[in-house]
Design a protein around this ligand. Structure first.
Ligand SMILES: [Zn+2]
Length: 307
């Protein structure tokens, strides 16, 4: 919970800075979408002691939040496993203890969507009790929470960042051990699905081959049928499971391309739908990777992006 630098997510930033986040809130977003960063930021802003912009980043509360050592910011389930009732009972007793130095405490429950029903019902009681504490539930799938819990909470959906915003962030926050080239930063920003966490993982690991090929494939759609064929031929060397990942990545990139270039959206959607059919064949073990990739090249060669 050390990173208190949040970009995008204006709604969360404004609400937290104004002290109007809500006392029970859900930050909902997929894996790697920056929920912990957003929670750390919001907690720091809520407890910041400076009179002006919050979090100021320099008051003693902000410094403790930044260092991950703030006694009134309590993170549950940092590893993100299933949550049974005991940790929620522990949270309840902690919520009765007065804060160490702040006007109130901030409890952050990581992967709150992994609470079992007993744990959720126990939490519901805590949320219904009069307390000055703030509870931030981080979920990858808020809809899996009991309706009774959800209805007590204000729900904030984490926004995916634009590739440009991720690129700017990566440049402005160089890590000590990673020394990525500008090209690697750009590539990671374009392939991270709007998530800084995912971009950092890509930089650590390098981009997997299927992801590079998926990026090449979608780029090739604006080029010649020969280029499409080259990329599909390269993809035919992937293993069956990598080829499945290639398809998944292609559909993600096609969705992005359709949003970016709405004038060609119909074309991208046609390719997307074709790939979905091919994916079914792949799952049903119907056709080799080589056959499927040749069919994909043939399909894309017969329809023109400009039409
Ligand atoms: Zn501060």
């Amino acid at each position: 919970m050390k990173n208190t630098n949040l970009i995008g997510n204006t709604q969360i930033r404004r609400a937290a800075a104004a002290g109007d986040l809500g006392t029970a809130v859900i930050f909902d977003g997929p894996y790697g979408s920056g929920k912990k960063t957003a929670a750390a930021y919001a907690a720091a802003a809520l407890l910041c002691r400076a009179p002006g912009d919050k979090p100021c980043g320099v008051c003693s509360s902000c410094l403790q939040a930044k260092a991950g050592s703030h006694p009134d910011i309590i993170l549950f389930n940092p590893e993100g496993g299933n949550i049974k009732i005991d940790p929620i009972r522990e949270l309840r007793s902690q919520s009765f203890i007065a804060p160490s130095q702040s006007p109130f405490k901030v409890f952050i429950i990581n992967r709150a969507d992994l609470m079992n029903d007993n744990a959720q019902n126990a939490l519901l009681k805590v949320l219904e009790e009069p307390t000055s504490s703030v509870f931030i539930l981080l979920t990858e799938n808020a809809s899996s929470l009991l309706q009774t819990v959800r209805s007590r909470c204000r729900i904030y959906a984490l926004e995916p960042l634009s590739p440009a915003a991720v690129e700017d962030w990566l440049r402005a926050n160089p890590s000590d051990d990673l020394k990525p080239t500008p090209a690697a930063i750009r590539e990671a920003a374009q392939n991270c699905g709007g998530s800084i966490g995912q971009a950092l993982r890509l930089l650590e690991k390098g981009l997997p081959k299927y992801a590079k090929l998926a990026a090449d494939f979608v780029d090739s759609l604006g080029a010649s049928p020969l280029r499409i064929m080259e990329v599909c031929l390269a993809a035919s060397a992937l293993t069956r499971s990598e080829y499945g990942d290639f398809y998944t990545e292609c559909t993600r990139k096609l969705t992005e391309a359709a949003l970016r270039e709405p004038q060609y959206a119909r074309y991208y959607v046609a390719v997307y739908e074709y790939i979905q059919q091919q994916k079914d064949k792949l799952t049903d073990n119907n056709g080799s990777v080589f056959a499927l990739s040749s069919q994909l090249a043939a399909f894309c060669g017969t329809i023109n992006r400009r039409t």
